[in-house]
Design a binder for this molecule. Structure first.
Ligand code: DGT
Length: 240
């Protein structure tokens, strides 16, 4: 359905064991937008996205998805809407096909293939002698870091989410391939809302919106050009 995948953070605060890590975060993400999230280590990027699938709950403020407070959604509804590729994903001993199907039980081969194509994993998979039936060693040891990340992205995409969260999931993928992944996500039939955490500024520069975090505070919110003019922290990241 077009028009799904709106995300609203309103005055969101969050702390770990009384230690504040997110302070009054407010931003809106329109359906189909790609939102880049950038900021130094420890600025709160992962914490922010981990609130969406309710791995943690807010201390204050509200997060809404498609107009509904996520605390009012059933876990199942939330799981159907949101797919997250965590910073450290785990592939298991089994075939590539099984590793991608883990995202959604009952996904057909065609659906797996389609997800892998979007994640730019299809070509390297079919380039191996056993293709999708290639058995991975523990943790996916026989794949490169970038290949593992692409299989993990395919695992999330096979779930057909409205919202895809990539937590530093393309750090080991080369810039050209990363651009192709982003293009494929843009062209995704349902209009996928994507939250993309990245270390490289080139990964977020072309996003519809960029959220800049600094020590748990939202210090910038806008496009690349806007932030270059208005946000000191963004300028510093850009220059470094
Ligand atoms: P990264 O992944 O190194 O680029 O850093 P961010 O920006 O993703 O930051 P995040 O959200 O991982 O951490 C924000 C702050 O929260 C940082 O001071 C570390 C702290 N923190 C993160 N996870 C936990 C946790 O599970 N327990 C506690 N007590 N503190 C945590």
């Amino acid at each position: 359905e077009a028009g799904n995948g709106r995300i609203e953070f309103e005055n969101v605060s969050f702390s770990y064991e009384g230690e504040p890590v997110l302070k009054r975060i407010t931003f809106t993400c329109n359906p189909g937008d790609t939102v880049g999230i950038i900021g130094s280590t420890g600025s709160g990027k992962s914490s922010l996205v981990n609130l969406l699938p309710r791995f943690y709950d807010v201390d204050g403020g509200t997060i809404k998805v498609d107009g509904q407070d996520i605390r009012d959604l059933e876990p199942k509804q939330l799981r159907e809407k949101i797919a997250i590729v965590p910073q450290k994903t785990t592939l298991f001993t089994g075939t590539i096909l099984e590793n991608i199907q883990w995202g959604r039980e009952g996904a057909t081969f065609e659906e797996v293939e389609q997800a892998a194509k979007m994640a730019q994993a299809h070509d390297f998979i079919t380039g191996t002698p056993d293709g999708y039936n290639t058995r991975l060693g523990q943790g996916g040891v026989n794949l490169s870091g970038g290949q593992k990340q692409r299989v993990s992205i395919a695992r999330a995409l096979v779930r057909n989410p409205e919202i895809l969260i990539l937590d530093d999931s393309t750090s080991a993928v080369d810039v050209a391939t990363e651009a192709k992944i982003k293009e494929a996500l843009k062209a995704y039939a349902k209009g996928l809302t994507c939250l993309l955490i990245a270390q490289r500024i080139t990964s977020v520069m072309d996003a519809d919106l960029i959220v800049v975090l600094d020590q748990g505070e939202l210090v910038g919110y806008g496009t690349h050009d806007e932030l270059l003019k208005t946000c000191d922290v963004y300028q510093q990241i850009y220059r470094s």
